[in-house]
Write a protein that binds this ligand. Structure first.
Ligand SMILES: Cc1ncc(COP(=O)(O)O)c(C=O)c1O
Length: 502
């Protein structure tokens, strides 16, 4: 097996403050030669800022060394379920860096930015077509931000119909935590729907909760167990009949893109994590983008600014619409995370309308390949074909004293980023594996071999390496009790006094 992540020797890396030595500071600032204005005097610094004295090479080397501690999709397989950690092709980077796009200023006159506006307009259209929901905002900066935007639009729609009491949002217990959080931020309250034993929506439970206060159902399809909600048409019909709307969490669009359209299933509003489905890089907090596509009824409530096309194909111009009477207003600066959106546009263009379906087909094939190889060795709570990710639990390994966390830590020693652990919450000891379409069969086999070896070691009682993993990286397993009870979150150059330490 080829180790795919652990490479080179890692040394302990002191903080910049610990490396500092004032005499080699890269920049020496002159002393202050003016008194601060009286109004600001109270805020004036009384002592030096404490910026560490370091030369430029020392700073650069520090950060490059730290970056080498990271596992990224460019260093190895990253099967983090629900996160779609797919490879971001280099051509995406080239497109996003083209000076004619990258050097534009968000506030420059639209007449001088027609190329970029045209490209973003096309992206709006493509995403609308992919979602089966024709009206799109590119503004939201992430999936969760898209959820908030969508819920704000849904709330505005109910209010516009004089039905402002509809504030109840139904959220299945398998949903991502951002769903209820976004609904609450938008001024709604949530009710959790218990899933059926097969991990899908229980129609009777849904029916029991639908009433004249229901604003929406938030639904992820395929859901976070990797299963397609096969009753989706009936689910949407029931919610609509009760006067609510269906919000689609499109984080799992990788299973459907180019093959099936959420809008055709009855979904009214969908966010698209372009940093997942369309390969733009993510992790470490961003940046991402979460465009939202909506049905006709919600279109008047879309955020502004939006891009509009004026005129026919040949002489078409693009303009930025900054005001719209029923709009919920801006949810982000400018037109959105343009650099991320450009990478997504490049990924879509690389496949084209004709071949886009191959993304979903290959992603689903890869997930089922992994599922088929691991089934039997690991417990599958919902057996049978999955979509773009497969779910296992630690039930078999638990009998030998090995938990999901131990398996994840052991994978690090074997050169792989662990899968998503303990999510979704509706199964005990969840391990959610999402290989994506960008991995080769050789890589999938190497990962499956590692997993099967862990399962074999458990059966044979050879669990020491697993329980003590990871041994190879510079950071070993944390003492989780101490980390929770006495977290050390800040560096302090002042020696801790006995009092503080106690
Ligand atoms: C199912 C699901 N919904 C929503 C989100 C939130 O997306 P983002 O991280 O872009 O805010 C995620 C993120 O992992 C997710 O997996």
């Amino acid at each position: 097996m080829k180790p795919s992540a652990v490479s080179g020797i890692q040394h302990e890396e002191p903080l910049l403050f610990e490396q500092a030595h004032a005499e080699s500071a890269a920049i020496a600032l002159p002393g202050l030669d003016a008194e601060p204005p009286a109004a600001l005097a109270a805020f004036a610094r009384q002592a030096p800022a404490g910026i560490p004295g370091l030369s430029e090479p020392e700073v650069v080397r520090h950060f490059v060394r730290l970056s080498q501690w990271n596992h990224g999709i460019e260093t190895g397989f990253y099967p983090l379920g629900s996160c779609t950690m797919k490879y971001n092709p280099r051509v995406n980077e080239q497109v996003a860096r083209l000076p004619g796009l990258a050097l534009l200023h968000p506030e420059q006159p639209e007449e001088t930015a027609q190329g970029l506006l045209g490209l973003l307009f096309d992206l709006q259209q493509w995403l609308g077509e992919i979602a089966g929901l024709p009206h799109v905002t590119l503004q939201p900066a992430a999936g969760a931000h898209g959820e908030l935007t969508g819920m704000m639009m849904i709330r505005a729609w109910h209010a516009s119909r004089g039905d402002a009491k509809r504030r109840k949002v139904l959220v299945p217990d398998s949903a991502h935590g951002t769903n209820p959080a976004s609904a609450v931020l938008a001024g709604m309250h949530t009710v959790e729907l218990k899933s059926a034993p097969n991990g899908r929506i229980d129609l009777d439970v849904l029916k029991a909760h639908l009433d004249d206060e229901t604003a929406a159902l938030m639904l992820t399809n395929p859901n976070t167990t990797g299963m397609f909600e096969s009753d989706i048409a009936e689910i949407c019909r029931l919610v609509h009949e009760a006067g609510g709307l269906v919000y689609g969490d499109g984080a799992n669009l990788n299973a459907l893109v180019g093959v099936a359209r959420p809008g055709d299933m009855g979904i009214d509003c969908l966010h698209i994590n372009v940093h997942k489905t369309f390969s733009t890089p993510h992790g470490g907090g961003g940046p991402g983008a979460g465009p939202v596509a909506v049905c006709d009824a919600l279109a008047p409530f879309l955020p502004v600014p939006r891009i509009e096309k004026v005129g026919a194909e040949d002489g078409a111009r693009y303009r930025i619409v900054r005001e719209s009477p029923q709009s919920i207003g801006p949810v982000f600066g400018g037109l959105g995370q343009v650099g991320v959106l450009l990478r997504a546009a490049a990924y879509i263009m690389a496949f084209g309308r004709e071949h886009l379906h191959r993304i979903a087909e290959d992603a689903v094939l890869n997930a089922n390949y992994v599922r088929a190889r691991l089934e039997g060795a690991f417990h599958a709570p919902f057996p049978g074909l999955c979509k773009h990710e497969c779910l296992f639990t630690d039930e078999y390994q638990h009998r030998h004293g090995v938990k999901t966390l131990d398996i994840a830590k052991r994978l690090i020693d074997l050169g792989f980023h662990p899968m998503t652990v303990y999510f979704p919450l509706i199964v005990h000891g969840a391990m959610l594996i999402e290989p994506t379409e960008t991995e080769s069969r050789e890589t999938l086999d190497a990962f499956c071999d590692a997993m099967l070896e862990i399962a074999r070691q458990c059966e044979a009682g050879e669990v020491e390496d697993i329980l003590n993993a990871p041994r190879l990286p510079i950071r070993r397993r944390l003492d989780e009790t101490q980390a929770a009870r006495r977290p050390v979150l800040v560096w302090n150059d002042r020696p801790t006094t006995a009092n503080e330490a106690g």
